[in-house]
Design a protein around this ligand. Structure first.
Ligand code: TRP
Length: 464
């Protein structure tokens, strides 16, 4: 680790001693990338926005925009040795630079509160499986009545947030990460089993087809908007995280190769989750369009039905929700850690104070999301529940803006030469032409169009 890095002991990656190696880097990035985004968010978006069509668009976006952005953010982080706010200011002091850095840095602060609400749902389900309530959990309407019961949802949300907060304040993050290195492969193995079980249920074939075979009739512009938001979210891009991670790697880490590995790993897990959940919708509710549209609740309505129908379902339920809880915890911890570091670095607050500020933000914003299906369900922002609104605001508005800022920084200020030089320190950069082509001609324009259309859509100016 170099000079600029050593004074930032609080950053997510800094505590990983062997971060200079490529494998360490890939594991760290993959660990933060794999989380609720893959297991909870991806399947419900795929179910809602066109199945195979969504998958196809997602894969194309990931291999193009995703690839270009991961490389860019990591290279800029390594080049400057700084997190996003500092990295942008290395190149200029004006307002656009401040905006570019901060829009990246604020996103994790807005994601972590509602992420913890979902984490709370997961914790609650784990608790119920431990108690053996496998059959009750699978009953129709269980989930809906749970999220409408404001007090219980709030308590589970607070419990999950407390775990995250304590890990950060007590500094036992490394312990959690060590455990999660064992949990992650276990999650993959269990997910494979559950997916095989799901796809072999009678009636599941319709679901496999729906999820894997693109059908043009299922295409809508919202497919593209949703797939892009998901791609950012799942790969943890367009929110400054990879600048920070990039700032910790040494010049001999092959950025191109590690990018490819992270993409493959993250996508494989998302697809596995899709195969666990979507065929089950067809097998257990006959492909009911309403279930397909269930949105954030999809995983919580579908999987209990799968577990209730199989032998050792309670055991599978306990194990599954325990593993998902860990994946969610590591992601939430790294989101919170990044937010705390930004505050300590940029506002020069001490770490305790910054942690408490973040805890307050989490409590206020998160409670809104937690109660949005219960006592606050009369609140509708632009037609969305509070949780959906924060999800939309971060994923469909702020992340495209953050991605656009990175593109413009490279195109107008840093220059392709500097990025190429940075990447080529340690990698052959085989896809250099693709990189430059996308970055120069496609990325800014496409991201801009998608951003404008998603704003126009929620404002009701157009209907997608
Ligand atoms: N990618 C994570 C997931 O799939 C969520 C996430 C987004 C994240 N940004 C992050 C996690 C930053 C850690 C750090 O669940």
């Amino acid at each position: 680790m170099n000079e600029t890095v050593s004074n930032k002991q609080h950053h997510p990656a800094a505590s990983r001693g062997s971060f200079s190696g490529r494998i360490g880097y890939v594991l760290a990035v993959a660990g933060s990338a794999v989380g609720l985004g893959n297991i909870w968010r991806f399947p419900y978006l795929a179910a809602k926005y066109g199945g195979g069509m969504f998958l196809l668009v997602y894969l194309i976006l990931m291999l193009t925009f995703g690839y270009v952005l991961i490389i860019s953010e990591t290279a800029l982080g390594r080049m400057t040795g700084k997190s996003p706010v500092g990295a942008f200011q290395t190149f200029g002091k004006g307002l656009p630079f401040r905006f570019g850095g901060w829009v990246n840095a604020v996103i994790p602060m807005l994601i972590v509160p509602y992420y913890c609400v979902i984490g709370g749902w997961v914790t609650k389900y784990l608790f119920e499986y431990v108690k053996g309530n496998t059959v009750q959990l699978a009953e129709d309407g269980y989930f809906t009545s749970f999220i409408a019961s404001s007090v219980r949802v709030e308590l589970w949300f607070v419990l999950f947030s407390l775990m995250v907060f304590l890990v950060i304040v007590a500094g036992v993050k490394q312990g959690v990460e060590r455990v999660s290195k064992v949990m992650m492969p276990m999650l993959v193995v269990l997910a494979i089993f559950v997916a095989i079980y799901s796809i072999t249920r009678p009636g599941a074939v319709g679901g496999i087809r729906y999820f894997l075979i693109p059908n043009l009739d299922h295409f809508s512009w919202m497919t593209v908007v949703a797939a892009m938001g998901q791609m950012f979210y799942s790969l943890s891009i367009a929110m400054g995280i990879l600048y920070t991670y990039g700032s910790y790697i040494s010049k001999d880490v092959d950025i191109e190769k590690s990018t490819t590995q992270v993409e493959i790993f993250d996508t494989a897990i998302a697809m596995l989750a899709g195969l666990m959940i979507i065929p089950a919708v067809f097998a257990f509710s006959g492909g009911n369009p309403e279930t397909l549209q269930a949105g954030p609740s999809l995983m919580f309505i579908t999987l209990p039905k799968v577990f209730a129908s199989m032998g050792m379902g309670t055991f599978a339920g306990v194990l599954f929700f325990l593993l998902v809880l860990f994946a969610a915890l590591t992601s939430a911890i790294s989101l919170m850690e990044t937010s705390v570091s930004t505050i300590t670095d940029e506002l020069h607050w001490d770490r305790r104070k910054a942690s408490f500020l973040m805890a307050a933000v989490m409590l206020v914003v998160g409670s809104g999301s937690a109660l949005g299906f219960g006592v606050l369900d009369f609140v509708s922002i632009l037609g969305m529940s509070i949780l959906d609104f924060f999800d939309f605001l971060t994923n469909s508005i702020m992340m495209p803006l953050a991605a656009l800022s990175t593109c413009l920084l490279i195109i107008r200020v840093v220059g392709f030469g500097a990025i190429e030089k940075e990447v080529e320190c340690s990698s052959a950069f085989r896809r250099k032409k693709v990189y430059v082509f996308f970055m120069k001609y496609l990325a800014p324009v496409c991201i801009g169009i998608i951003l404008i259309s998603s704003i126009a859509n929620v404002m009701g100016w157009i209907s997608l």
